[in-house]
Design a protein around this ligand. Structure first.
Ligand code: XLS
Ligand code: NI
Ligand code: NI
Length: 438
């Protein structure tokens, strides 16, 4: 059976193509430096937004027209798997991601839920034998069901902690079976509403205990994927513990978890934390912790996680700049944790949206690579910091200076000369590269 009848296999047609269902910039085979676009970008489709989401928002019912809408329960779950692999194939997507509850309905007990899950995982495993699409990561949804009202690993209720552990145990087994490249922990409701009723110390200690158990179990079953923490400052809780990369890093270091984790950085979460996307990528990169990316964008006029498909070329370019400087994403990828707007309710919009996101990151890749190849920012920055290459600066870097020698250096200095940072010029240069790369 065909689910997306109107959609052909999406091909690269080049920047002048007028075909909505074609790539204009993403040419998977095109070499950029030492890798192809496909190898650099490692695109992934998010199961929840593309196959599970029905358009429901806090003010309205589901409105998405989907070829599986008439089905329920396990029949619905199976149809979604069939549709998903048709979609991956037509889009030529190398990866996908899912939460446990996205792919199979929950039962009355965890035993029943796991049974449903096993049946669907069998089916996915079968499809994966002939499909090129691999599993970038899976994760456990520990925020939708009412039992997670006070959190999962940070819940005040030990039964909920146990339930969460059992879900992640199963998730790791599924990850191992399907050959997932990573396993993700996004904080869901791991945060708090008010300190008046919260033992923050215990909650964070418990979260660390939970992560250590996950690390142990992965070792036990031989799951070699990369563990990823996905920071987010708020939503659904008022304050989430994995606020941003810097906060997450301090947590991991405090509990000796940093050797086992990297970060999955989501653009919209970065902006919710009051950072740019590239800031979060940079913090992770310079600490050797850049693992993967949830590729989306927020709306500057709205203060929540709108999860829009990324189309801002400045942002994709600066993101790809960090990713290239990182030497790529390793086991990670660019996962479209992005949903079509509620007004874009036709099945074909799913293709149009992914094409928009993939083309935008392809542009970002090409422009960022050119910027790096031409040493544009590197030369500028090297020159800006040149005072550290000689004299007192060199002594600081070499650890030869101390407060006394530094005082001596400036005590009789009449004037310190600074130079302009020329940030406007650099922004214009970025525009120039964006407009001339193709
Ligand atoms: C929610 C998160 C979530 C994670 C996976 O804001 O982005 O979708 O990526 O649990
Ligand atoms: Ni995400
Ligand atoms: Ni998100």
């Amino acid at each position: 059976m065909t689910y997306f009848e109107s959609a052909p296999k999406i091909q690269y047609e080049g920047p002048t193509s007028k075909n909505a269902l074609a790539f204009k910039f993403y040419n998977p085979e095109e070499k950029i430096g030492d890798r192809t676009m496909e190898e650099w970008l490692r695109f992934s489709v998010a199961y929840w937004h593309t196959f599970t989401y029905d358009g429901t928002d806090p003010f309205g019912h589901g409105n998405m027209i989907r070829p599986w809408n008439h089905l329920k329960g396990m029949d619905l779950a199976k149809a979604r798997v069939e549709a998903a692999f048709e979609f991956f194939d037509k889009l030529n997507a190398p990866f996908f991601c899912f939460h446990d509850v996205d792919i199979a309905p929950e039962g009355e007990t965890l035993r029943e839920t796991n049974k449903n899950l096993d049946e669907i995982v069998d089916m996915i495993e079968d499809y994966m034998k002939t499909s090129k699409t691999k599993l970038l990561w899976n994760t456990a949804n520990m925020f939708s069901h009412p039992r997670f009202v006070h959190g999962a690993a940070t819940s005040c209720n030990a039964d909920v902690f146990a339930f969460s552990a059992a879900k992640v145990k199963k998730g790791l087994e599924v990850a191992k079976r399907l050959g997932a490249e990573n396993y993700v922990f996004w904080g869901g409701r791991e945060g708090y509403e008010s300190l008046l009723n919260t033992d923050m110390g215990l909650e964070q200690d418990n979260l660390a205990r939970f992560f250590h158990m996950a690390v142990e179990y992965a070792k036990e079953i031989g799951f070699a994927g990369q563990f990823l923490i996905e920071p987010k400052p708020k939503e659904p809780t008022k304050h989430q513990y994995d606020f941003d990369v810097a906060t997450g890093l301090a947590f991991l270091k405090k509990y000796d978890l940093d050797p086992y984790f990297k970060f999955n950085i989501e653009a919209n979460h970065a902006t919710l934390a009051g950072h740019t996307f590239e800031h979060e990528l940079r913090v992770a990169r310079i600490n050797g912790m850049l693992g993967s990316v949830d590729a989306n964008q927020g709306d500057p006029l709205l203060g929540w996680d709108t999860d829009e498909f990324p189309t801002d070329l400045n942002a994709t370019t600066l993101a790809m700049y960090e990713i290239i400087k990182n030497g790529g994403l390793g086991k990670g990828g660019l996962n479209f944790d992005a949903k079509v707007r509620r007004g874009s309710f036709e099945p074909e919009d799913l293709f149009r949206a992914h094409i928009a996101g993939m083309d935008s990151f392809a542009v970002g890749l090409k422009v960022a690579h050119k910027l790096i190849e031409d040493h544009v920012l590197d030369d500028f920055i090297a020159n800006r910091y040149r005072s550290y290459n000689e004299g007192i600066g060199k002594e600081i870097i070499q650890g030869k200076a101390d407060f006394k020698t530094l005082e001596e250096h400036v005590l009789d200095m009449r004037e310190i000369k600074n130079e302009s940072g020329h940030v406007e010029e650099l922004r214009a240069l970025l525009n120039q590269y964006l407009l001339t790369a193709f």
